[in-house]
Design a protein around this ligand. Sequence first.
Ligand SMILES: [Zn+2]
Length: 120
Amino acid sequence: MTGRCPRCGNPEVQSSRARGAVETFARLLGFPPRRCTACGWRGLRPRVIFDARKASKPGIPQVELPPAPPPPPSPAELEKRRRHRHRHHIKTQKRQALQAVVIALVLGVGAGIIVYSCAQ
Ligand SMILES: [Zn+2]
């Protein structure tokens, strides 16, 4: 048995006020009611295990640490990214050149049509 919430695994399981005779009796036997601060789970858990767990980790808050930030990229990874960016840059340049050609063609054809129709 652990000190974590059996439903969601949250370590923040607090002592709860005993409700009714059964829980009061259980508390007197060393099974106080506990309540999970995250999901609201409530149940009887032995005092010994919970308090021993807390005492074994002095000063360490019973809260999950946020995930560590990703490590800085290696030089190989940076080179890969740089090459990728470079390829992307070339692709963009090619696309822009193609667009320029298409625009020039459309304008040229348009101008040709206008000139042709005016010449009639
Ligand atoms: Zn929970």
